[in-house]
Design a protein around this ligand. Structure first.
Ligand code: SF4
Length: 209
């Protein structure tokens, strides 16, 4: 962090000590640490994921943002990058991954499909936007967004983190797991994961008949 950036606590610092000591706030230091080491969960859903992979190559160098470490487990990730079409079949798994991520965590909807269903909106098997189920922090338009657009979206996420405060952040609230998202129930034409045993029994009965 530049001296000018860290040394701006919101009140005047005497000139004679300005360049010798750093006066800042806990929020600024804390946000700087978090925004500079956001670890995305390594998973992709459709064609947008190819652009996400391209963004991780040397040409775009995500290390500049501290985001090059894509974690293979939700326990070690703090950003869910929804890159592609969200089908109703995949949705329960995505919600489960989100719930398994520790706080603080962020969701980025990459592309038209993740933001609104895209070209498959109104399709029988497609969710019209992941924000129907998860709290999205940043939407990135495009079909697909280019790696540059993805990086612009991630910079927006960093700006959002910069504005957060420990005092008001939901993950420090006394409420138990304030961002917990219940597993979705998707309707009679789709599988309700909580009724898996019942569905398996019905299928077995039908096969044996
Ligand atoms: S937004 Fe376009 S490129 Fe991205 S997953 Fe949907 S169809 Fe594919």
């Amino acid at each position: 962090m530049e001296n000018e950036t860290i040394n701006s606590p919101g009140y005047d610092i005497p000139d004679d000590i300005k360049n010798n000591i750093a006066v800042t706030t806990i929020d600024r230091l804390y946000n700087w640490g978090r925004r500079s080491s956001v670890w995305p969960l390594m998973f992709g859903l459709a064609c947008c994921a190819i652009e996400m992979i391209a963004a991780q190559t040397a040409r775009y160098d995500m290390s500049r943002f501290g985001m090059e470490v894509m974690r293979p487990t939700p326990r070690q990730a703090d950003m869910l990058l929804v890159s592609g079409t969200v089908t109703k079949k995949m949705l329960p798994s995505i919600v489960r991954l989100y719930n398994q991520m520790p706080e603080p965590k962020y969701v980025v909807a990459m592309g038209a499909c993740a933001s609104s269903g895209g070209p498959f909106k109104e399709g029988y098997n497609v969710v019209a936007g992941i924000d129907k189920f998860l709290p999205v922090d940043v939407y990135i338009p495009g079909c697909p967004p280019t790696p540059q657009a993805l990086i612009a979206g991630l910079i927006k996420l960093q700006e959002k983190i910069d504005k957060q405060s420990i005092r008001t952040a939901p993950w420090y609230s006394k409420m138990k797991d304030p961002n917990y998202v219940p597993m979705p129930i998707l309707g009679p034409d789709l599988i309700d994961v909580r009724r898996n045993a019942e569905i398996r029994d019905a299928a077995a009965t039908k096969e044996s008949a």
